[in-house]
Design a binder for this molecule. Structure first.
Ligand code: GAL
Length: 543
């Protein structure tokens, strides 16, 4: 075995100027972070047909139904509150819907001990002015009125949160990063604590972390299983971007609609609602209830006030669960809770398919050794102590949300490419480098990362490669598309250029010796001037 490394070593060269230079640790580092926002929002139930009475009444119901006590503190007014601007460009509240203006509504929400949210568009016109032909939304966007609107919304009216939509911005072909950055600056001049949500219906790019507490990653949800499946599908491989108190937003929930929902769909079954809520919790999406609280079925209310599930969402580590296994149609997701690299983890089994799905999950895949205590968080039920493998067969459109506590926590041996942080990744279709997480039937987990390289900033990073004691490891990189390419591998601050990739497009592996320090290590893969190969995963074995 050793000989192989000496041969390979001859094909490496140490690089000085490369992706290593700017290396900073992007992990949450185990510190407590601000958890995702929890509250209620007006759009799914009322669209633009909102009013002072409706909002105040829903706010009262938040208290009466125990939602405030369960942690739902935001009452967010979505599209539809405005009128045309006056001759000085000042935004007016809609005189029919909010005859007394917005201030009394905000005051009412605050008097109940909750926070008030408002809405705008980064361009001129709101989405409601287009989709719902709500004439009042024409010119109601913040474009050209940033400082004026920020002063009004956060200074004069006292709102605490804003969702910034993009129909107007998209119509004008504005640049997202430039627009949202500028809006944030105007808001900061009035109140730096305002929580911002970017509503661009796709992962906007890593710049969003500087601007917003959350960002939408998909088009609008509706109350239908396929819609839920689509939104979840958009977020399965974005866990690296939920960090430092900033989150991927899977949209306002469609729980509590047994018949038609204003945003479409015939409603979800109780089991589908469980999957919905469970996934929003374990994937750390903001939890915004979208139904009319006056008609919310009791079972839905029970579900969204499930303390054990909410604890996964509000967990102090602020992690989004990532896909650790994907076999047949099923997905297994996992994340640390309570303590980083402790013995407790939250696990979801998710069956999005239309038939039953059998799960067989080795506890070692979840980094557990010895016996593992398993608790069902939906049913509030201890399932017992297991070892070896966790087996379950789940019906169509269902999931299980579990708290597992292992006897020991194992050192990880596998790191999937789809868990990596890609600093240049966005889902706007505006990425000239094409960097992407994509399907690959031959890859482990059926996913790979492609189009990294070409410039030093276009790398894949795993910031929490853990070694208990540190030392020398054999790192095996599984890759494809090695033809004519090289890979710069950076381990902490040391970069090695791998010149000896297989000269074809097929799947191959290459093993290299690496030195890890005890605790967390940062590993990057890139190629500062040419494409790097597509990466499936890497494994680590102690020498
Ligand atoms: C959409 C947005 C929805 C809702 C709507 C209002 O663009 O994604 O969540 O806010 O606009 O018109």
């Amino acid at each position: 075995m050793k000989n192989k490394f000496y041969v390979l070593a001859a094909t490496f060269s140490l690089l000085c100027a490369s992706c290593a230079e700017t290396q900073v640790n992007h992990s949450n580092s185990g510190k407590s972070v601000t958890p995702p926002l929890m509250g209620w929002s007006s759009w799914n139930a009322f669209r633009v047909d909102i009013s002072e009475d409706i909002i105040k009444n829903q706010a009262d119901l938040m208290v009466e139904k125990g939602l405030k006590d369960a942690g739902y503190l935001n009452v967010n007014i979505d599209d539809g509150f405005f009128n045309e601007r006056d001759s000085n460009g000042n935004m007016q509240a809609n005189t029919t819907r909010f005859p007394n203006g917005m201030k009394p509504v905000v005051d009412h929400i605050h008097s109940l001990g909750m926070k008030a949210g408002i809405y705008t568009d980064a361009g001129n016109n709101t989405c409601g002015s287009m989709a719902d032909k709500d004439h009042a939304g024409v010119g109601a966007g913040i474009y050209g009125h940033e400082e004026q609107d920020a002063q009004l919304y956060f200074g004069d009216w006292g709102f605490d949160f804003i969702k910034i939509d993009y129909c107007g911005g998209s119509f004008l072909g504005l640049d997202e990063e430039e627009r949202y950055t500028s809006i944030r600056k105007s808001i900061d001049k009035v109140n730096k604590d305002v929580s911002v949500n970017i509503c661009r219906w796709a992962f906007p790019g890593t710049w969003a972390e500087k601007i917003a507490n959350s960002w939408r990653i998909s088009g609008d949800i509706n109350a239908h299983w396929n819609s839920l499946k689509y939104v979840v599908g958009k977020n399965l491989y974005l866990s690296a971007y939920a960090r430092n108190g900033h989150y991927n937003d899977m949209d306002m929930m469609v729980i509590g609609f047994r018949d038609s929902c204003k945003v479409g769909g015939e409603g979800l079954t109780p089991t589908e609602e469980e999957v919905h809520f469970g996934l929003w919790c374990i994937m750390s999406s903001p939890l915004l209830i979208g139904c009319n609280l006056a008609t919310m079925p009791e079972s839905s209310l029970q579900l969204v006030t499930n303390k054990e599930l909410i604890a996964l969402n509000q967990d102090p580590l602020g992690r989004q669960a990532y896909v650790v296994q994907h076999e047949n149609e099923g997905y297994v997701l996992v994340k640390d809770i309570e303590q980083q690299r402790g013995n407790v983890r939250a696990v979801a089994l998710y069956n999005p398919s239309d038939t039953i799905c059998t799960f067989s999950v080795p506890f070692s895949t979840l980094e557990f050794g010895g016996n593992v205590k398993v608790r069902d968080l939906v049913k509030h039920n201890d399932l017992g102590t297991f070892s070896g493998t966790f087996e379950q067969t789940l019906p169509a459109h269902s999931g299980m949300f579990l708290r597992m506590e292992g006897e020991t926590r194992l050192e990880p041996t596998l790191y999937e490419a789809e868990w990596a942080y890609l600093p240049l990744y966005n889902d706007l279709g505006k990425n000239s480098k094409g960097i992407v997480y994509s399907y690959d039937g031959q890859a482990s987990g059926k996913m790979k990362v492609g189009f990294i390289g070409g410039q030093p900033e276009n790398y894949a990073e795993w910031s929490e490669v853990y070694s208990e004691k540190g030392g020398r490891y054999n790192m095996t990189i599984n890759y494809s598309f090695g033809k004519g390419r090289q890979l710069d591998l950076t381990v902490n601050d040391i970069t090695t250029r791998i010149n000896s990739l297989a000269n074809d497009d097929n799947h191959h592996q290459i093993t290299v010796p690496v030195e890890l320090k005890p605790g967390y290590n940062v590993i990057r893969m890139c190629n500062s001037y040419n494409w790097a190969p597509d990466i499936d995963n890497f494994t680590l074995t102690k020498e």
